[in-house]
Unconditional design. Sequence first.
Length: 320
Amino acid sequence: MVGVAAIVGGLLGYGVGHIETAVKKWQFVFLICGGFTVLWSVVVFLWLPDTPLNAKFLSDRERAVAIERVRQNRTGIKSTEFKWSQVAEAFRDPQVWIFAFYQGISMMLNIGGSFLPLIIRDMDFTGIQTTLLTLPVGAVECVAMVVAGALSSWWGDRGRCAVMLIIGTPTLVGCIMLKALPQSATWARVSAVWLLVCIPAAYAILLSLIASNVAGTTKKTTTMLFCFVMFCVGNIVSPQLFISHEAPRYETGLRAMLVAMALCMGLTALIWAYYMYENRRRDRILTAMSQEELDLMAQDNEEFMDKTDCEDSLRFRYKW
């Protein structure tokens, strides 16, 4: 839907560009989009469930099936108890730091997203032409999301990191093209700008990795909060790298995007390697234990207990 929103936003911008009133055009965009956001928040508050148990649109049997899926992935169900031990564990967990750094660094690529119209306009297009040339951004993002989702579903629990690397490659290529191509290569550079928006699909998969691999309600909440803080930091830093007197090349911004994309791909490879190492380490420990020891440690319905992925290390396996 993010891609669809980009298309609708482009058309909205094109329409707003033709409005002649005392209200400034950029104010119209905020009023319209802000109004829809407020209305949709009411819908979400009233009808979006926070657990399968509260999903009114599910039958009793469907709720039971949804809960049994949680038994299989061992991530537990929502707990209302806040546990400081899980907060401390989150900040000791390497995967949490990798997620947070990926989040913050990937926001550097928002230079290309937020300032995308400016990059296109400085290729000697008019304001209206620039607005229309942003429409393919939404289409590219939609395709990237569908491809990423399809590949992740096809490869299952051991393919998402590979998909993140694959889907991030076009963005890396777009960064290289913008940095290397001369300003006169107008349409090649416009195409490079469109490629920059493949990275949100990789970010969506990152969120699924957090959902699958960070167990424990407090630990997962802490992880998401930490990632959100890094998200905000990245978005504060990134505009400072887009320097007006460097137009139309914006060398600092392009270098930052190129480095950020390379780092994101490196962090993806790192989390992949970490999960493989940790799963093999846990398998070796489990294999060395006798059945009697395992039986003594077993608890009824332990899959639904609010255990973290580290507390449940004998049974929990990371999915990459």
